[in-house]
Structures are given as structure tokens and as C-alpha cells.
Design a protein around this ligand. Structure first.
Ligand SMILES: CC(C)(COP(=O)(O)OP(=O)(O)OC[C@H]1O[C@@H](n2cnc3c(N)ncnc32)[C@H](O)[C@@H]1OP(=O)(O)O)[C@@H](O)C(=O)NCCC(=O)NCCS
Length: 288
């Protein structure tokens, strides 16, 4: 298939969102729901790209531009149309969009099968982006409470410092969409750690972003609080391989790493969003 046979365009409304949601369901990406897609669409629909072949929707991807850094995520081509260059066209268009926004470094989490696909597009492997799954001992602590809208300004300030980019919009939306899964840990009235969760298809729960200014063993009660809230339901959490202490805490708490976790890849630059030791867990592959 030639590039000219594929038309890449921005999402144009609800039908495109529903198409993308059906693709994530087929791939069993249970955290990437229609609600999540709407969040991306409302922030900037030009970042949500659909591939069409002869008028038929055959793939999509999402490009997230922060300030100096950006991410590409949720890249899916319909199985019947794979290996015809459509995935390549979508990534190229996403990269063009991000560069147009002034982004210098582009990251993505690639499933292991797709690493050979991303390499010729200029991405190199940085580290594994591990996925843990399971249940931990539920619990809570007096320092922990639900995040309320009036806490957000303090959280935004911390988040900008440790994540290095402005995730304000996504954190706001996460609280709006999943207010009962967002917790903070405060010491002497100051927020020292926070955890946002989300519920996906069929009750699938994902934990993260998880940020802590205190050692991660002392922030772990936030995860126990999430577990207490969701009952006897396992959850998933994504942690960069470089967060050694966090990994140790999760393993000790009883979570199991997925042996086929994705790999974080990067296009250029020295900094990887979310690599600060305070960023204990990622928010979502397409948001960092
Ligand atoms: C990964 C994916 C988007 C690639 O889309 P695509 O349209 O098939 O990709 P292209 O046709 O542009 O592939 C370009 C090259 O990568 C290779 N390639 C594509 N997918 C590959 C895979 N899974 N493993 C190895 N090589 C792959 C192709 O063979 C092609 O190489 P060639 O030009 O030498 O023949 C598609 O396989 C897909 O939707 N997979 C399921 C969802 C997924 O894993 N997304 C990526 C998450 S990070």
C-alpha cells in the first residue's frame, strides 16, 4: 500500500471515539476506555489520529504534547490491514504533530513484539516499563485522605517539579472521572504523596500516577488504601525499571510483574518524562 492510499486525519467526533474504543477493547487494553479517549479528544482533537483506507477506518493513535516532551500511545491498526505501512504512517504523522508543537523528546511504551517496528522510526530502547498485577494487603493510615478539588493546586505544583512537564489537565480529568480512587498523604498539613487510580472495562483497575516526596516504603499505605477501596479486586500498576526501590516494595507487597512488560522507547534527548525517583508509577502509557 502506498502512503497515498492511506488518509491520516484528526478525530472528527463521537463515531471516531467509538471506533478507537472498539479497537482498544479488541486488543484487551482494559484501561483505555471511551472515557479516556474523550479526555484526549477534548484536550486537543488534532492529536487523535485516524487512518482511513478507501474511506474505511483502519487504525488510530494518540499523540500527547506537553512542553519539551511528548508521547505517542494507543497505536492500533486493524488486524486485516497490518504490515501495509499504516502503522508507520500513523507514527510519522504523530511525530510531525508533536514536533510542530515544539516537542524535543518523544517517548512511548512499546509491547515487545513492536520494538522492531519502532526502531526504524527513530526510537531506541531506554528501559522496561514494567507492569505489575495483583492484590496487596488492604489498609490505611490517618495521614491519608481522598483528594479534593481544592488539593489540586498543591498537587499540580509538585507534579510539574517532579514529572518535569505540565500534566494539570490530565490530573484534573482523572479526579473528575474517578474521584473515589484518588488519595493523598499529608504530613503537617502538606501533601507529600498522591495516587490517582482509574477503573477500566469490566472493573479493571489501574493505579497511577503515583508520586511521592517521601521514601516509597512510607508512601505504600496509599496503595493499600486503594486496595481497601476496591475490595478483593486485583489492580495493575506501571513502573519504570529504573525505580528499583518501588519495584522491591511492590514485590514484597505481593504483586507479580508481567513477564512480557512493554519497553520504554525514546526518539531523542536526555530526559525521559517520569524518570525522576519521585515518580513511583506512570499514569498511562500515552500520558506518561
Ligand atoms: C504495531 C502495529 C501498530 C504496526 O502496524 P502496521 O500497520 O502493521 O505497521 P507497518 O505496516 O507500518 O510496519 C512497518 C514495519 O514494521 C514491521 N512490523 C510491524 N509490526 C510488527 C511486529 N508486530 N513485529 C515485527 N515487525 C513488525 C512490518 O513488517 C514492517 O516492516 P517492513 O517494512 O520491513 O515490512 C500493529 O501491528 C498493531 O496494531 N499491533 C497491535 C497493537 C500494538 O501492539 N500496538 C503497539 C503498541 S506500542
Amino acid at each position: 500500500m502506498n502512503d497515498s492510499d492511506v488518509n491520516i486525519r484528526p478525530f472528527a467526533g463521537q463515531a471516531d471515539i467509538q471506533f478507537a474504543a472498539s479497537m482498544t477493547r479488541n486488543e484487551k487494553w482494559y484501561g483505555e476506555t471511551e472515557t479516556e479517549l474523550i479526555t484526549y479528544y477534548r484536550r486537543d482533537k488534532s492529536r487523535c489520529l485516524i487512518a482511513e483506507s478507501e474511506g474505511q477506518k483502519v487504525g488510530f493513535c494518540i499523540a500527547t504534547a506537553y512542553q519539551s516532551q511528548g508521547l505517542i500511545g494507543m497505536l492500533i491498526v486493524s488486524p486485516a490491514f497490518r504490515k501495509q505501512g499504516i502503522g508507520t504512517s500513523l507514527v510519522r504523522e504523530g511525530v510531525k504533530f508533536l514536533k510542530g508543537k515544539g516537542v524535543q523528546t518523544i517517548c512511548l511504551d512499546s509491547v515487545s513484539n513492536a520494538i522492531p517496528f519502532f526502531k526504524p522510526l527513530g526510537f531506541r530502547e531506554i528501559c522496561r516499563s514494567l507492569r505489575f498485577f495483583g492484590e496487596i494487603e488492604p489498609g490505611t493510615s490517618p495521614e491519608i485522605s481522598e483528594i479534593r478539588p481544592q488539593d489540586l493546586n498543591s498537587i499540580f505544583e509538585i507534579d510539574k517539579k517532579v514529572f518535569g512537564q505540565d500534566r494539570t489537565y490530565f490530573l484534573q480529568q482523572r479526579l473528575k472521572n474517578h474521584p473515589n480512587l484518588a488519595f493523598k498523604l499529608s504530613l503537617d498539613g502538606d501533601i507529600m504523596a498522591y495516587l490517582f487510580g482509574r477503573e477500566g472495562i469490566g472493573g479493571w483497575v489501574e493505579a497511577g500516577p503515583f508520586v511521592s516526596l517521601i521514601p516509597c516504603d512510607t508512601a505504600m499505605p496509599l496503595l493499600q488504601t486503594l486496595q481497601e477501596r476496591i475490595g478483593f479486586c486485583p489492580f495493575s500498576i506501571g513502573v519504570l525499571e529504573t525505580q528499583k526501590e518501588m519495584i522491591l516494595q511492590l514485590v514484597q507487597a505481593g504483586l507479580k510483574p508481567n513477564p512480557d512488560s512493554p519497553v520504554r522507547m525514546k526518539s531523542a534527548g536526555d530526559i525521559t518524562p517520569g524518570s525522576d525517583p519521585c515518580c513511583l508509577a506512570i499514569g498511562a502509557p500515552a500520558k506518561g
